[in-house]
Design a protein around this ligand. Structure first.
Ligand code: ZN
Length: 133
């Protein structure tokens, strides 16, 4: 398994348009918004060097981001590390006893293949592994 970089930091927000204002003030232009129906979210990415800030707004009251905000308020919801080979990374982590939320990759924003590692195995951080071609 090879970690390539800190791909992005995912921030749960109530409103993409409200929360985007800070990044626009900082002079960072969004690469656009996208809806990921499977995760009941609308996302916007703001590139920062070779990483990005991902803002996530729920599109449904029972979605994972809505539930996160209900419990914790707005804020950092996950961090994502980019890997060269997601299947290989998942197999390696599983073999090392790391608890995975996704044992198989699913599709995230921008066509990336992603999988989540359970916070019980990461000291409380929801960790996303992301593979982009
Ligand atoms: Zn993410």
């Amino acid at each position: 398994m090879k970690i390539l970089n800190l791909d992005h930091i995912g921030i749960a927000v109530k409103s993409l348009s409200e929360s985007s204002k800070l990044y626009e003030l900082l002079g960072i232009k969004s690469t656009g918004t996208e809806e990921v129906a499977g995760q009941k979210v609308k996302v916007a990415f703001f590139p920062v060097g070779d990483s990005e800030v991902e803002l996530l707004e729920s599109t449904a009251p029972d979605g994972p981001i809505a539930r996160y905000i209900e419990k914790n308020g707005e804020g950092i919801q996950h961090i994502a590390l980019r890997v060269d080979d997601l299947e290989k990374a998942l197999a390696e982590l599983k073999a090392k006893g790391v608890r995975l939320i996704d044992e198989k990759p699913r599709y995230g924003a921008g066509g990336a293949r992603i999988a989540f590692v359970h916070p019980k195995s990461t000291g409380g951080i929801l960790l996303e592994l992301s593979e982009k071609k």
